[in-house]
Design a protein around this ligand. Structure first.
Ligand code: HEC
Ligand code: HEC
Ligand code: HEC
Ligand code: HEC
Length: 599
């Protein structure tokens, strides 16, 4: 089960922890701090077409930046955790590589010289399938190359996902940007130390894991170094994060000194120094103090919501951009007599950046889209829906196996329920649940083929994550869409013995088994739900609701919440949604038939 779905959250607030901002006065900052409101363009309208350009704190992007073009612009991203696109389950959602691609194009269209770097943690945190995790990683790197990325870091998820395996999917194919920078990486195998260059050989002259890379952005050479911070380096050992058990890190101070030296004597003479630092913002501040040569440090996020402005440590700007690619940071450098003036803008990847035009036009315009389509084709081809994702027994299956006379429960499909529960079946047939797979087949377009991706199918079908649930449209056509058993659990036992009292509670596991009579435990009526739907969270808390009803509401909410979760349906509210799918009190006079009625 996923985390319980709390009642709707309050307005999102961007945290601001900037100190001494570049180019803006303190009073204005204080104002931004309080004025910061969610900036997501309001729902409705077709994606992209009418969406407004995002604002931050009520201010337009690049507000009060100098009139002239910046001399170099760095787009800073990180910790995307394998998120390629918003799922499209509920709108508006923020993030995705398509929008990032369009956004970077929009900067280039201003005549700005742009390059990008990424902190790492590109690989998913806990992929349901490792091969699919790899495909997400490789797709993201190809997309990054198209977007003009210079370098990426090596994060915890890459290490957990087996960095050698991941490098074989991209870095080892060809010597090409973006390069993976983690200068202090090495390996210890059977007590023998392997230097970075030896443990990570490259396809060309360079090692596949490097210390530095220098790139020209416009006319400005920019030096980038990558280092894994102490906390992550320690965790790799103490928590045994590397599946090969070999990865090891040289103390960061040694490598940072080497990086500073190598950048200083680099023939391209980099004028701006950037550090990709796989450590916390606190660690980054200490690094900034010890190595003031770095103008910018990109480090791990403190949380999902990034600060609006970089933290300043001495003259170094410490940037982190949150999780899942929902935001990107834009850092612009304006040359002045003795160095650079830096400006920073946090940008949420809202619907405004969806590629306009028909699918065909969009794919021509945005090079990320064909890559996403290629990914979808690969998932369909290489990852078998019914076989290659983990399945666990449903709690009802576990319980039924524990009976004195064990029962093996399986999924039978909604049609099997129709014979005796016609009214309930009719009610369900009128909801979108009964067509849920069509959302993947017809509505999801960028990319297409989502009905072959287990990471989507799991909530758009019956029992995908459980033993003998949905496999694919040929093997289990009766389990397509969200059916009776998506909520009630596998029903084979009940269908065979409808009057069996030991099986009935298994159909409604959200009910309290300790209740005097679980069968009579019912959600409140529609009038009550409608009344609650209109109240604020605070007002709801003041309503007097019997404890057992309150428990039932929470338990039902959580049951729905395994699909209507924060990620896929942040607007979910049981009081508003339940009336739309309700099918209580529809039993025919005399109750449901105990045997399938003859036609
Ligand atoms: C954790 C469960 C879950 C997963 C995983 C999931 N969805 Fe959904 N999806 C939902 C729910 C719940 C809704 C209904 C949201 C609503 O009614 O607001 C939905 C609705 C949709 C819709 C219909 C939106 C509309 O406007 O009608 C589309 C399209 C969709 N999902 C696509 C996807 C794709 C593509 C994926 C995989 C990348 C995916 N879903 C994965 C739960 C999920
Ligand atoms: C052969 C007829 C028949 C079929 C088929 C059938 N049911 Fe039932 N169902 C009944 C009867 C009879 C009851 C009432 C049992 C009782 O209270 O003794 C019932 C009760 C229920 C209840 C209420 C349980 C409770 O808490 O009291 C649920 C939920 C339910 N059925 C779901 C389903 C689902 C889901 C399916 C398909 C997988 C299904 N039924 C198929 C006859 C059937
Ligand atoms: C979205 C989840 C969901 C789906 C899908 C669903 N149910 Fe239910 N069902 C529930 C919940 C929740 C209750 C308990 C309602 C209550 O407490 O008043 C319920 C109650 C019932 C009851 C008892 C009704 C009563 O009057 O007490 C029956 C019978 C039933 N469902 C059958 C079905 C059948 C048959 C299907 C498919 C055609 C189905 N359900 C689909 C969630 C679902
Ligand atoms: C197995 C996953 C799953 C579960 C469990 C689930 N839903 Fe859904 N629900 C979906 C998906 C997927 C959609 C989107 C279908 C589409 O847009 O095609 C959806 C759509 C809906 C809608 C919009 C339907 C319409 O016809 O407008 C409502 C309302 C809803 N769900 C309520 C609930 C409630 C209430 C519960 C719990 C009692 C629940 N759902 C449990 C997956 C689920």
């Amino acid at each position: 089960m996923t985390e319980p779905l709390a009642p709707p959250t309050a307005n999102r607030l961007y945290s601001w922890r900037g100190v001494g901002l570049v180019g803006l006065c303190a009073s204005l900052l204080a104002f931004i701090h309080f004025a910061t409101e969610p900036t997501t363009s309001s729902a409705a309208d077709t994606p992209g077409s009418k969406a407004k350009e995002p604002t931050i704190g009520g201010f337009p992007l690049f507000n009060q930046w100098p009139k002239q073009n910046p001399d170099a612009v760095l787009v800073l991203t990180g910790q995307t955790f394998g998120f390629l696109q918003p799922c499209g389950c509920s709108r508006p959602q923020v993030g995705g590589l398509e929008r990032r691609g369009m956004f970077i194009e929009s900067l280039k269209a201003k005549g700005w010289p742009v390059a990008a770097i990424d902190l790492g943690d590109i690989y998913p945190e806990k992929p349901a399938n490792r091969d699919q995790g790899m495909m997400r990683y490789v797709t993201t790197l190809h997309a990054m190359r198209e977007m003009g990325y210079v370098a990426v870091g090596m994060g915890k998820t890459e290490i957990e996902g087996d960095i050698l395996r991941l490098l074989s999917g991209y870095a080892l194919q060809k010597q090409q940007r973006p390069f993976t920078l983690a200068g202090n990486a090495q390996a210890v195998v059977d007590g023998k130390v392997f230097k970075r260059e030896d443990y990570f050989p490259g396809p060309g002259k360079r090692s596949s894991v490097e210390l530095i890379e220098v790139a020209k952005i416009g006319k400005i050479p920019v030096g980038v170094a990558g280092v894994v911070g102490k906390s992550l380096a320690d965790a790799v050992k103490t928590k045994k994060l590397d599946p090969a058990g070999a990865l090891d890190f040289v103390p960061e101070a040694n490598t940072l000194k080497q990086a500073v030296d190598e950048l200083a004597k680099h023939p391209m003479k980099p004028q701006i120094q950037v550090l990709i630092y796989q450590g916390t913002s606190k660690e980054a501040a200490a690094v900034a103090k010890a190595w003031p040569q770095f103008h910018i440090i990109l480090c791990q996020a403190d949380g999902d919501l990034p600060p609006m402005m970089p933290q300043k440590a001495g003259n170094t700007l410490i940037v982190h951009v949150g999780h899942r690619g929902q935001h990107v940071g834009v850092l612009a450098a304006y040359k002045k007599q003795d160095g650079f003036d830096f400006r920073y803008q946090l940008v949420p990847m809202e619907e405004f950046y969806i590629t306009p035009g028909t699918e065909e036009e969009a794919r021509k315009k945005n090079k990320v889209l064909p890559l996403l389509e290629e990914y979808a084709v690969g998932v369909k081809k290489d990852i078998r829906l019914g076989k290659d994702y983990p399945r666990t027994p449903h709690l009802a299956q576990i319980n039924a196996l524990g009976f004195k006379q064990p029962v093996q429960l399986t999924y039978v499909g909604s049609d099997a329920c129709k014979a005796c529960h016609k009214a309930e079946h009719d009610a369900w047939g009128k909801t979108l649940h009964s067509h849920a797979m069509e959302a993947l087949e017809k509505k999801a377009t960028r990319p297409t083929l989502r009905q072959y991706d287990g990471e989507c199918v799991r909530c758009h079908s019956v029992g995908f994550e459980h033993t003998r649930g949905y496999e694919d449209e040929k093997l289990t056509p009766h389990l397509k869409h969200v059916g009776c058993e998506s909520c009630h659990g596998p029903g084979s036992g009940h269908v065979a013995k409808p009057k069996d009292k030991s099986l009935l509670p298994l159909l409604s596991l959200w009910k309290n088994p300790a209740a005097k009579n679980p069968a009579t435990e019912k959600l409140p009526d529609v009038a009550f739900m409608a009344k609650m739907a209109k109240l604020t969270e605070f007002e709801r808390g003041k309503e007097k609701v019997p404890a057992e009803i309150s428990r039932l509401i929470t338990a039902t909410w959580n049951m729905c919440g395994k699909c209507h979760d924060h990620e896929n349906d942040p607007h979910f509210d049981l009081y508003k949604y339940w009336p739309k799918v309700r099918h209580t009190g529809l039993a025919p006079p005399g109750g449901w038939p105990a045997v399938v009625p003859k036609k």
